[in-house]
Design a protein around this ligand. Structure first.
Ligand code: EPZ
Length: 422
């Protein structure tokens, strides 16, 4: 895997210019999975050029789907004949989103086998919501050679209460319900924009879905959908990650091609921190102020503060004057990166698996660190740019999973980041 060598800007607020936001990783990966619900195939456009998209296309191909890349950001995916219902374990272990394939695969083929999904190590990430839902829809679940095997000739609609409003759980069960016999109602569903963009797309393609964006989604099952075109919405997590770079180091940074209406929690945090910003229809412009005010972050399901921005925002808190608290309510293993920030000089106390305190402002020193996951990796990039002296950030591949050519886009606005192969 490669590594980033980052020149510290010693807190100089010198980043300036425009950074375009790419298509949303956590939306497009589910659109690829949805392709199994179609008879004639479907188009995807504005896909980000990131590792996870390439891995998802590999999994689809290994299942027998035809995937053609018609452009840098566009694909056509179709299925002719029956699929290989074993989700490729080697790739699936790298990608949490691989589990989303199980819904459409089970609904279309009546069977799916898959390993416990991989992805970012940010907690146990159980999949009980998926199993509970499949059982209620009539499926039989067993384990064979380290794989889960789920079978059901025809899923039937059911009333399903989610123990937790799981994002991929909502997307997966919603897609399975599109081909089930009868009506499925999901209670305590997730409301994330990515769930909404998937539902909008499926409805435009003929599915009967109501309630997306609320905690109760109703799906009337039917036959395979004909065809459709998914336009990947902008990545609100990437937009927030880039905006926080502007908040901590920006002379003036304009994050473009984004949707500020999905970033209200981020903009509210900027208001609390005294970060001057301008939000237009499809951009957010940010400047870093002389004094950054301390503020508390409590992550939560949408529209609350996104857990995926907790680490990038922690870097802003290290530069804020006073004490700030972080309460990570979604994952129990998502504060470990703070140990590395503390090695860089940040004033950090990790209270327990969910809570930390940051005392600022602190001057950071460049360090050799290892990204544990893509969002902490982005946070390390931000911290390294704030720091005095150079840093090496290993496992750059984790950052490449979700941020397209990030060093090119940041260097264009004044960062000094080089990529080197290990
Ligand atoms: C999605 O993960 C995103 N990933 C995550 O982004 C994001 O952090 C997360 O939603 C929360 O917003 C994708 O969409 C591919 P959850 P997901 O199921 O669906 C627990 C990134 O960096 N849970 O909503 O896996 C779970 O452990 C990634 O892009 C169960 O207990 O998250 C967690 O505590 C990281 N049982 C909480 O629910 C289950 O069956 C929320 O998880 C499922 C989840």
């Amino acid at each position: 895997m490669s590594r980033f060598i980052v020149k510290g800007l010693s807190g100089r607020k010198k980043l300036s210019g425009e950074i375009p936001v790419r298509g949303a990783k956590n939306a497009v990966l589910k659109a690829f999975a949805a392709s199994l619900l179609f008879k004639k195939g479907m188009e995807i456009s504005n896909a980000p050029v990131i590792e996870d998209v390439l891995k998802m296309t590999d999994i689809l191909r290994s299942s027998g789907a035809n995937v053609t890349r018609s452009g840098e950001r566009s694909y056509f995916v179709s299925v002719s004949g029956s699929l290989n219902t074993v989700i490729e374990p080697k790739i699936a272990k790298l990608l949490r989103s691989s589990i989303v394939l199980t819904g459409p695969m089970l609904a279309r083929e009546g069977r799916v086998s898959f390993p416990h999904p991989g992805g970012c190590v940010i907690g146990a990430r159980p999949i009980d919501v998926f199993f509970d839902s499949y059982r209620r829809m009539g499926a039989k679940i067993s384990e064979k050679d380290g794989m889960y095997v789920i079978e059901c000739d025809r899923l039937k609609g059911a009333d399903i209460f989610f123990r937790v409003p799981s994002v991929t759980g909502t997307e997966t069960v919603m897609m399975a319900a599109v081909l089930a016999k009868g009506v499925t109602r999901i209670f305590n569903a997730a409301c994330e924009p990515e769930v909404q963009s998937l539902a909008d797309f499926l409805k435009k393609s003929g599915a009967d879905i109501k309630g997306e964006g609320t905690h109760e989604i109703t799906v009337k099952g039917g036959k395979l959908l004909n065809t459709g075109k998914f336009v990947t919405p902008p990545d609100r997590i990437e937009a927030g990650s880039l905006a926080v770079l502007g908040a901590v180091l920006g002379k003036k940074i304009r994050v473009t091609d984004c949707d500020p209406s999905h970033m209200r929690a981020v903009l509210h945090a900027f208001e609390s921190a005294g970060i001057p910003f301008l939000a237009g229809k499809s951009f957010v412009e940010v400047k870093s102020p002389k004094v950054i005010r301390n503020f508390d972050i409590k992550t939560g399901e949408y529209p609350g503060f996104p857990t995926d921005l907790q680490a990038p925002f922690a870097v802003l808190l290290t530069q804020a004057v006073g004490q700030s608290k972080i309460f990570e309510t979604i994952f129990e293993g998502r504060l470990g990166y703070l140990n590395d920030l503390s090695r860089m000089g940040a004033g950090v106390v990790i209270c327990d698996q969910h809570r930390a305190i940051i005392d600022g402002p602190s001057s950071l020193r460049g360090r050799d660190v290892e990204s544990p996951d893509l969002r902490a990796g982005l946070a390390f990039l931000a911290a390294a740019m704030v720091a005095e002296g150079d840093s090496v950030i290993r496992n750059a591949g984790f950052i490449d999973r979700g941020y397209e050519k990030i060093e090119d886009r940041l260097n264009k606005v004044g960062a000094e980041i080089k990529r080197a192969d290990d």
